[in-house]
Write a protein that binds this ligand. Structure first.
Ligand code: TPP
Ligand code: MG
Length: 689
């Protein structure tokens, strides 16, 4: 540790707040319980982050004991306040509070912090039973998730509240650190939150002047209050984060400013209470060590051994009765609402419980059959819009948007209504050019519940939002990513805009379901799958250019939902199987016809979603792709992921190079994406064997 990194604040006295009334322990003592548990759990694990929980303990004590509306025994209560720990490395703060307030967690579990199988994980993982609303850890994204949660709250409030009955009325609180504010995604999300005037969003900035490398003045000198004022936020600057009265005054001011989100900038001392290392990065991410932990105990006047919480402290923290009453009060209001507005109440419960509307399956079947009967030639981005138009009237929970590519992604449809601060009832958000922010906000909405977000950008820019896509997979959130302009087929915008490795790399993400439909019918089926998939995200990969309609029997239409199916030549013992996705399916069909005319039986398998196909039973997979057969995969993208489908005897016709600026047709010709070139590749493969 460089001597220069010691923060100027570190010299400050560690005052013992003396706000006790009657027999209630002082506020400082209540906060110290968080400090002790965090310190002890990190000691036990010999790894973790004691600094942040020790630094933010006084803020947490005020928030949980005086403001946050939560219920440890009813953690899923719909109108609870949402809390997100964006500086997720301070996870022990959240677990300590869960234990102290009376969530169903035992002290033994705290002793297994960061161990295999423990719910008390290194970084918070979504676990409503512990009061953990979403997974955080990648800095800045929790803040964007919080913006999404506040958006979801506003959306639901507009849809369901009545002048005489407010059933959706909660705050979103978020803790964030220097790291969150240095991350670019904080700019995207907070700039948007300012424009959207999300008055029930309140952030607490842990302004401790320290990050891992030391004192942040060497790399982070923004004037954060001015930055957030410029976004249109209400800012409470310079709050002493160790003074409960100052924190209370700031929260009061923030809650009063209902026309704007609020940021409370709290000056804190990282590792507060550890006498020799507080105020330095030494406390950030490592156990204090036995000697310093003992010194911190002494310094904070904590007489008990590790993991022991005095009864008076535990009972002062216990929020079970208070929470039960809050949840029961809401339930009473909701019962009242049910009597007055039975249909709306049923709809609210349907949406919050993530159920599909009555008659959904029939409606979806009919829409898909109608799409098939129309048999239109169309770009799949337009087919996606048509599918939305067919499904959206049934699904008011769909909240769409685009990162400033609305007209290109075709995400806005006939039933879209733009949402804004002035029109909170809308179902469409113009996210602006903020791909990462949009995707992370969508995740926050999905985690909130009651809404199903979909948002568009170009496939190539999924790189910008990639970690939010990963988080949606990791947590299991129903975010629907609409990614258009899916190959060199987008043409003249050139190689910067032409995805190559994106299909393969998104397919590598565990639990991602990526659909690359080949026509209007597959597009409608893909949308249906995305809507019905409640426990994870879907990427819908769409073309800019028109694609022809593929003829199918009703059985084939039904088989699309299996992720991969035989599109033609199912009966014959094929000499070769052509596997293709999206815009390349038409080439496979054409090549199969050419080969067939020359007496070579070629089967065509359309494979819009490999993840769903892989989950089918072995018999079905062997029926579609007979073991040992010669196979050629055709996809205008990186070849890497396809070899396991091609097999030892197969080939992959793809692109492992960047594209060019040119119209689509000459580009496809240059890269061998023509019927003739595909047929030739197939012939070579057969004769080579
Ligand atoms: C996106 C991302 N990059 C890097 C990290 C690794 N990391 C964890 S905490 C941290 C420093 C954060 O500083 P700050 O928010 O000020 O936390 P403090 O040390 O004050 O607790 C870093 C770089 C991360 N978790 N996420
Ligand atoms: Mg910091």
């Amino acid at each position: 540790m460089a001597p220069a990194e010691r923060d100027p604040q570190a010299g400050r006295e560690t005052r013992e707040g003396n706000l006790s009334s009657g027999n209630r322990p002082s506020r400082r003592r209540l906060a110290n319980a968080i400090r002790m548990l965090a310190m002890d759990a990190v000691e036990a694990a010999r790894s973790g982050h004691p600094g942040m929980p020790m630094g933010m303990a006084d803020i947490a004590e005020v928030l949980w004991n005086d403001y946050l509306r939560f219920a440890p025994t009813a953690p899923r209560w719909h109108d609870r306040d949402r809390f997100i720990l964006s500086n997720g490395h301070g996870s022990m703060l959240l677990y300590a509070v869960a234990y102290l307030t009376g969530y169903d967690v035992q002290v033994e579990e705290l002793k297994h912090f960061r161990q295999l199988g423990s719910r008390i994980a290194g970084h918070p993982e979504r676990d409503l039973d512990l009061g953990v609303e979403t997974t955080t850890g990648p800095l800045g994204q929790g803040l964007a998730n919080a913006v999404g949660m506040a958006l979801a709250e506003r959306t639901l409030a507009a849809a369901f509240n009545k002048p005489d009955a407010k059933i959706v009325d909660h705050h979103t609180y978020v803790f964030l650190g220097d790291g969150c504010l240095m991350e670019g995604v904080s700019h995207e999300a907070c700039s948007f939150a300012g424009t959207e005037k999300l008055g029930k969003l309140i952030g607490f900035y842990d302004d401790n002047g320290i990050s891992i490398d030391g004192a942040t003045r060497g790399w982070f000198t923004d004037d954060t209050p001015k930055r957030f004022e410029a976004y249109g936020w209400h800012v409470v600057p310079n709050v002493d984060g160790h003074d409960p009265q100052a924190i209370r005054a700031a929260v009061e001011a923030a809650r009063a400013a209902l026309d704007r989100p609020s940021l409370i900038c709290c000056k804190t001392i990282i590792g507060f209470g550890a006498p020799n290392v507080q105020g330095t990065s030494a406390t950030h991410g490592a156990a204090l060590g036995a000697a310093e932990a003992a010194a911190a105990r002494k310094n904070l006047g904590w007489e008990l051994p590790p993991f022991e919480i005095p009864d008076d402290v535990k009972s002062a923290w216990d929020a079970r009765e208070r929470g039960k009453k809050l949840a029961a009060d809401w339930q009473k209001r909701f019962s009242d609402y049910q009597r007055k507005y039975p249909e709306l109440a049923a709809e609210f419960e349907r949406r919050m419980n993530a159920q599909l509307p009555k008659g959904w399956a029939q409606h979806a079947d009919a829409a898909i059959a109608k799409t098939a009967a129309a048999g239109k030639t169309m770009a799949t981005r337009k087919a996606s819009q048509a599918a939305l138009e067919a499904f959206a009237p049934q699904l008011p929970e769909l909240i769409g948007g685009s990162a400033d590519l609305t007209g290109s992604n075709n995400t806005l449809h006939a039933y879209s209504k733009v949402q804004s601060a002035a029109e909170p009832g809308g179902n469409y958000l113009h996210y602006g050019v903020r791909e990462f922010g949009m995707s992370a906000m969508m995740n926050g909405m999905a985690a909130h519940g009651g809404v199903v977000p979909y948002g568009g950008t170009f496939l190539v820019f999924s790189d910008y939002s990639r970690n939010a896509l990963r988080m949606a997979c990791l947590i299991g959130l129903q975010s629907i990513f609409v990614l258009s302009h899916d190959s060199i087929g987008l043409g003249e915008d050139g190689p910067t805009h032409q995805p190559i490795e994106h299909l393969g790399s998104l397919r590598l993400m565990p639990r991602m379901q990526l659909w690359r439909p080949c026509d209007t019918v597959e597009t409608a089926v893909a949308w249906r799958a995305a809507i019905e998939r409640r426990d994870g995200p879907t990427s819908l990969i769409l073309t800019r250019q028109d694609l022809p309609h593929a003829q199918r029997t009703p059985d084939q239409i039904a088989a699309i939902a299996r992720g991969g199916y035989i599109l033609s030549n199912g009966d014959a013992e094929p000499a070769i199987t052509l596997i293709a996705t999206g815009s390349e399916v038409q080439l496979a069909v054409g090549a199969a016809a050419e080969l067939g005319a020359a007496g070579v039986a070629a089967r065509v398998v359309s494979m819009p979603c490999t993840q769903v196909f892989d989950a089918q039973d072995a018999d079905y997979r062997a029926h579609v792709l007979p073991p040992g057969g010669v196979r050629l995969v055709i996809e205008a993208g990186a070849t890497g992921g396809w070899w396991r489908y091609a097999g030892d005897r197969g080939g992959v016709h793809g692109i492992d190079e960047f594209g060019h600026s040119a119209p689509a047709k000459p580009l496809f010709e240059k890269y061998g994406f023509t019927v003739a070139a595909v047929a030739q590749a197939a012939r070579i493969l057969i004769t080579d064997r």
